[in-house]
Design a protein around this ligand. Structure first.
Ligand code: BTN
Length: 246
């Protein structure tokens, strides 16, 4: 086992990702180390957003990886691998799970997990990666203005033991990381694409030119999303260049 071989548990931290970064400044933690917290006072989402999670209700983890075998330009593979691992975990309990590009984990039209990958690259090599995952398990109510949060409990009506969830999630992520180590890049990419939220469905999006109807065809190099516009034009977008409407 790589992911989950070492577990550091905290009652309360500002952010597991920030704490992992602080620890890595002074020491090289073993690969696969998981930092897990019951509560984060300053949980980070992407784009400077905060991450809401009630004390002791959900999984808040950061995983330390040293994926030096991945070229920096292929680092979206790490996002894909983590997204698939979280979906594998959810599939233990529920039948439906998709990935809203780039890496929001969805059940139907609601977000059940968020992923924040932070990597350090030196001399064109990935030095380390911190894969942060916030996975909503038992929370009943969400108070922030996040648009559409949901938890496993709200989907199934059941409550879950967090320790068991962490063990199962580690196992599922470990399998996916080993798939990446084996070099099964195409398989990871194809599975990720097949799980995309609203793949091939006509929907409204907004890009720099305004709102348009389009459909997601695939995800290409550098993790850019490929969308066909109704007029037949094909466009590749990176994160922040495109927005889902509704
Ligand atoms: C998102 O905005 O969707 C990403 C959310 C990532 C949240 C997790 S919770 C554990 C880890 N520590 C953080 O501060 N953020 C990530």
């Amino acid at each position: 086992m790589i992911i989950g071989s070492n577990l550091l548990f905290f009652q309360n931290l500002p952010s597991t990702n920030s704490h992992a970064l602080g620890l890595l400044k002074n020491s090289r933690l073993s690969e696969g180390t998981i930092l897990s917290a019951n509560y984060q006072s300053a949980g980070k989402g992407y784009s400077g957003n905060s991450w809401e999670s009630e004390d002791g209700k959900n999984l808040l983890i950061s995983i330390i990886l040293y994926p030096s075998f991945i070229e920096p330009e292929d680092q979206f593979l790490i996002s894909m691998m983590i997204s698939l691992g979280v979906c594998d975990f959810l599939k233990r309990f529920i039948s439906e799970c998709s990935v809203k590009w780039p890496n929001d984990i969805y059940v139907n039209n609601d977000k059940i997990a968020g992923i924040l990958i932070e990597s350090s690259i030196t001399a064109n090599k990935i030095d380390f990666t911190i894969a942060g995952i916030g996975l909503n398990i038992n929370q009943e109510k969400f108070l922030s203005n996040a648009p559409n949060p949901i938890s496993l409990h709200l989907v199934s009506g059941l409550y879950y033991e967090l320790g068991d969830c962490l063990n199962n999630l580690s196992t599922d992520l470990d399998k996916r990381y080993k798939q990446l180590i084996r070099g099964s890049f195409d398989q990871i990419k194809q599975e990720y694409i097949s799980k995309l939220y609203r793949l091939n469905e006509w929907n409204k999006f907004r890009d720099a030119e305004g709102i348009f109807t389009g459909r997601i065809l695939t995800v290409g190099d550098f993790g850019r999303i490929n969308i066909e516009k109704q007029n037949g034009n094909l466009n590749d977008y990176s994160f922040k260049e495109i927005e889902f409407i509704s």
